[in-house]
Design a protein around this ligand. Sequence first.
Ligand code: 5GP
Ligand code: ZN
Length: 112
Amino acid sequence: MADCLFCRIVARQLEAKVVFEDNKLVAIHDINPAAPVHILLIPKKHLGSLSEVSEEDVELLGHLQVTASRLARELNLESYRLVNNCGVSAGQSVFHIHYHLLGGRNFQWPPG
Ligand code: 5GP
Ligand code: ZN
């Protein structure tokens, strides 16, 4: 989508600090980190949010989680959070599905 921020990052039309990329996703450093490690895992396929996924996205979403696990391992993160904000009230601000991989500090529960 031409007017989607993350589609433009995926297409390398906008700069980002890329941590990992394959044919299904790109992982980048968040521009405004909320933890010492804050990586965004962004599927290349445009989906507005988690509420838009369907059965055909099972493999993609699985791949995303396995990649998050591998990146966390490579970064020596013993504990971490993998977060998806779905919808405005949940804190979603970019409407292209993505997961936050957060680590390097203590986290509270329940989240704010
Ligand atoms: P959301 O609020 O939708 O769950 O997460 C969007 C995330 O994207 C935020 O953590 C925000 O800091 C990050 N972000 C917004 N614009 C950019 C950008 O241009 N580049 C990068 N790397 N991250 C961005
Ligand atoms: Zn998009």
